[in-house]
Write a protein that binds this ligand. Structure first.
Ligand SMILES: [Zn+2]
Length: 333
């Protein structure tokens, strides 16, 4: 099928192991060039906006679909690219809709943010994306419906102790900042586990003075906390005792386009798995701007590994996603 050839072609750009299409590099430009050619072959009218986003319109362009073609360094074959090739294929098949390829998603949805800032929003937006997690593989489901994009809070906690000689200060009476931080890190795990759909991660631990023979006097830990809706995010942040240095609100998906995808899954007798998206996506930018938006996730294999050359989805699941997207486009237009 043409979709697989196109995924291979995008993946081959740069000639190294892994996707080599970091935003702003020649790799991303070449990918956009390929996609523009495929859009023209599909009979779409092609335009590039001021932010460099690539748009291809059919004669009936009210419902939009698409994704991004930039990658992380040594990225996977499906992240972003799958949503673009599926969109071109589906729009060509039904002869309706428009395809958007957004620039620079990986560093914070730069292209889609510029796109929504310009106004002239589509009536509706659908994004097909590899799940990038293990939920669908564990559920034995080829496709899933993203019910929303999680909200994210990031902050830091600092623990103070008393610096001392690792050999001469007895264990009793020590104030070891790293021991306090370790207790907190275990609490982070337990608190997030107790909030349905939430996750929280300590990814950075900074120990001062940081010497093998000195009792730690000061430890800073980073916390990244995510939850599917505002109520759960607020509860998580309060229980973690976190002051937010960064906050991104959760974005719900819209019932009408979700309904169109759900109807297509039902028609094929496929299981309906609803899940939150733990990662940000261009779809969240559009939904945040008020565009009725839905996301269709495609099962990740290899335990859900992503942002890696080991990222994998099966050919059958990809073809199913194109079918479901095309059906939903036809329903919504
Ligand atoms: Zn992506």
């Amino acid at each position: 099928m043409r979709v697989h050839e196109r995924l291979d072609e995008l993946y081959a750009i740069g000639g190294r192991v892994g996707a080599d299409r970091v935003a702003g590099t020649e790799g991303e430009d070449r990918a956009h060039g390929l996609a523009a050619g495929w859009m023209r072959e599909a009979g779409l009218e092609v335009e590039v906006d001021e932010a460099g986003n690539l748009i291809g319109r059919s004669s009936e362009p009210s419902v939009w679909t698409g994704s991004h073609l930039d990658s992380v360094p040594f990225g996977g074959k499906f992240d972003g690219a799958l949503g673009v090739v599926a969109a071109i294929e589906a729009v060509e098949r039904v002869g309706k809709g428009a395809v958007a390829v957004f620039r620079d998603e990986e560093r914070g949805c730069v292209g889609s943010s510029a796109f929504v800032a310009r106004g002239a929003l589509p009536e509706c937006f659908l994004e097909v994306h590899i799940e990038q997690g293990p939920v669908l593989e564990r559920a034995g489901a080829p496709l899933g419906l993203a019910m929303g994009i999680v909200g994210i809070v990031r902050g830091e906690r600092t623990f103070e102790g008393h610096v001392g000689h690792a050999g001469t200060v007895p264990m009793l009476g020590r104030l070891d900042a790293l021991v306090a931080a370790a207790v907190y890190i275990l609490q982070v795990r337990d608190i997030a586990t107790a909030v349905d759909g939430a996750v929280a991660t300590v990814g950075v631990v900074d120990v001062e003075p940081g010497a093998v023979n000195v009792i730690p006097g000061r430890v800073r830990v980073s916390v990244d906390a995510r939850a599917p809706d505002r109520e759960r995010l607020d509860r998580l942040v309060a229980e973690l005792g976190l002051r937010a240095d960064f906050r991104l609100e959760p974005v719900p998906m819209a019932e009408e386009p979700i309904g169109a995808l759900r109807a297509e899954l039902q028609e094929r007798g496929l299981p309906i798995v609803e899940l939150p998206s733990g990662a940000g996506h261009d779809a969240a930018t559009l939904a945040g701007a008020g565009v009725p938006t839905a996301m269709l996730f495609v099962r990740s294999l290899n335990g859900g590994i992503s942002h890696s050359p080991q990222e994998e989805s099966s050919a059958e699941d990809v073809e199913l996603a194109v079918d479901v997207l095309a059906g939903a486009l036809a329903r919504l237009t």
